[in-house]
Design a protein. Structure first.
Length: 222
């Protein structure tokens, strides 16, 4: 039995992992998915640190997309046995959230816009096609309706440490990702020294391929 702590990415919430959590728990694994405030990297990392302090270790700490930067910042914790970076950012100490060889597709960049409160949001007319192109259309639309605005790192924010330098790390490349391009994911994985696994399809396999992802995570956890 493995305890997975699942950290969502920008614009999302712990709800995005629901199909994956259901499958992992059905096999006896434990899952915890904190909700990030998405106000700054420091605030998001603090939530993960608090979560790790409350759970029984050892845990496998997974970060998806922007959540990879969060677990990189917070994952140097005694409860963490392994990091898993899922189509994720993986900055080094001294870098901001987008540090390293990050290549984000231009269609995603142009879909970003300021929200009413001055943060960032994704154009609702484009979000389902960007995040969930492989998911069943109704599931994709339902997920897109839950997206929220957020700030993923304030100007000048830098990581104090990078957990992938001290923790065993696996990187799961999403081979058809239309947001963080697969070649960029492979380059990020290479510089972290992570063991690399690949899964087919888009940026959000927890929605389109939850059974395949659950099987892969169990294999990584051993």
């Amino acid at each position: 039995m493995t305890h997975f702590v699942l950290v969502h990415g920008a614009f999302h919430g712990p709800w995005c992992f629901d199909p994956l959590v259901e499958l992992l728990r059905a096999e006896g694994d434990r899952c915890t998915a904190p909700e990030l405030p998405l106000t700054s990297l420091a605030a998001d990392a603090a939530v993960v640190t608090q979560t790790l302090g409350r759970v029984d270790g050892p845990v496998v700490l997974l970060g998806h997309s922007y959540g990879g930067a969060v677990v990189t910042a917070a994952g140097d914790h005694p409860a963490v046995a392994r990091l898993v970076l899922l189509a994720a950012l993986a900055p080094d100490a001294g870098e901001g959230v987008n540090g390293g060889p990050v290549d984000v597709d231009s269609d995603f960049v142009t879909a970003l816009r300021p929200s009413a409160d001055g943060r960032l949001e994704v154009d609702p007319a484009r979000s389902a096609a960007l995040f969930y192109p492989d998911a069943e259309p109704r599931a994709a639309a339902a997920a897109a309706a839950k997206l929220r605005a957020g700030a993923t790192g304030l100007p000048g924010e830098r990581l104090e440490r990078a957990a992938w330098r001290s923790k065993p790390t696996s990187y799961v490349v999403c081979a058809g990702d239309p947001i963080i391009l697969p070649a960029s994911q492979r380059a990020l994985a290479a510089r972290t020294g992570a063991s690399v696994r690949e899964i087919g399809g888009d940026h959000s396999p927890f929605l389109a391929r939850p059974a395949e992802l659950a099987k892969l995570l169990r294999a990584i956890a051993g």
